[in-house]
Write a protein that binds this ligand. Structure first.
Ligand code: PMP
Length: 298
């Protein structure tokens, strides 16, 4: 198991900086029992200039607020307040290349009634720069993404991740690197913790919103496509469509942009270095580290 904190690590809990090892949570909490909490996955990077930069901080904390609202959870901070708190926690923990995990969770409550208060914690841990160029062997999962009529699918809610864990564990048990889940109609949807694009004849295609968590990295890829003159479209695609593609990749805050070798027994024919995905991977890496002149939207 990874180590997320040691005896010196601090976190932020509702305005207080405190030691991770001394912070307690309630074992009668509604969030623990029912998966009823919302969270974010955010990255900070050491930039080319040596500064610490949280990538798309406002987008992530705004999504946290929308997720809390979607689940009827009280929420009492502005994104600006939580961003300032996060920079403080990063500095106190001596972190630049880090993963940032805010969680909004409920108090002790064994009923299904709404709460009058929530707790908000911000945890950080080191994320070493990712050097791997290994391409992923992906398996079409036997699990579908949750029914959007059964969940607020665009919210980043903890309970949705049982579905992600089941799919990821199934794929790894079968010797693959990661899963690709379909939606309730059998169209390709997303990975357990990342969105996906595939390439055919120079165009990129990605599953439309509605059955997926439409990620902040996915939106960034679309912005990069505009700058790189790469045509893309959103739509509903079958596993058979994917198995005629030239290449494919996952994108997400933690995964960044990572190419695929294969899906099931279909190996993508185009060498990764020649793909649109590779161009986007390089542009993304430059963007998060502020290595190139920044486009106006950043
Ligand atoms: N889909 C799922 C299910 C995820 O958990 C994530 C990671 N948050 C993503 C997509 C990618 O989202 P983002 O680019 O905002 O990290």
């Amino acid at each position: 198991m990874a180590t997320y904190y040691n005896e010196n690590t601090v976190l932020w809990l509702d305005g207080k900086i405190q030691k991770a090892s001394e912070t307690k949570t309630d074992l009668y909490g509604q969030s623990l029992h029912y998966g009823y909490s919302v969270f974010e996955g955010i990255r900070s990077y050491r930039t080319a200039a040596g500064k610490t930069k949280i990538f798309k901080a406002t987008e992530h904390f705004d999504r946290l607020q929308r997720s809390a609202a979607a689940l009827n959870m009280p929420y009492r901070y502005t994104s600006a307040e939580l961003i300032a708190a996060t920079y403080d926690v990063l500095a106190r923990n001596g972190l630049q290349d880090a993963y940032i995990r805010p969680v909004v969770y409920g108090p002790a409550n064994m009923s299904f009634n709404p709460n009058t208060e929530s707790f908000t914690v911000i945890e950080t841990w080191e994320m070493a720069p990712f050097l791997g160029e290994k391409l992923l062997r992906v398996m079409t999962s036997s699990f579908q993404r949750p029914n959007p009529k059964g969940f607020k699918i665009e919210a980043k809610a903890a309970g949705h991740y049982v579905n992600s864990i089941l799919a990821s564990q199934e794929a790894k048990a079968k010797g693959f690197d990661e899963a690709l889940l379909t939606d309730i109609n059998g169209c390709i949807a997303e990975g357990p913790g990342a969105n996906m694009f595939f390439e055919k004849d120079g165009h990129l295609y990605t599953p439309a919103a509605g059955n997926i968590l439409p990620g902040i990295t996915r939106a960034t890829v679309m912005e990069l496509c505009a700058g790189l003159d790469i045509p893309f479209e959103e739509g509903h695609y079958s596993p058979a469509d994917l198995k005629q593609a030239d290449s494919a990749f996952f994108c997400g805050t933690a995964a960044e942009v990572i190419g695929w070798n294969s899906v099931d027994d279909y190996t993508f024919p185009m060498p990764w270095k020649e793909t649109q995905g590779r161009k986007i991977q390089l542009a993304y890496s430059d963007l998060v580290k502020e290595k190139t002149p920044q486009p106006a939207w950043n």
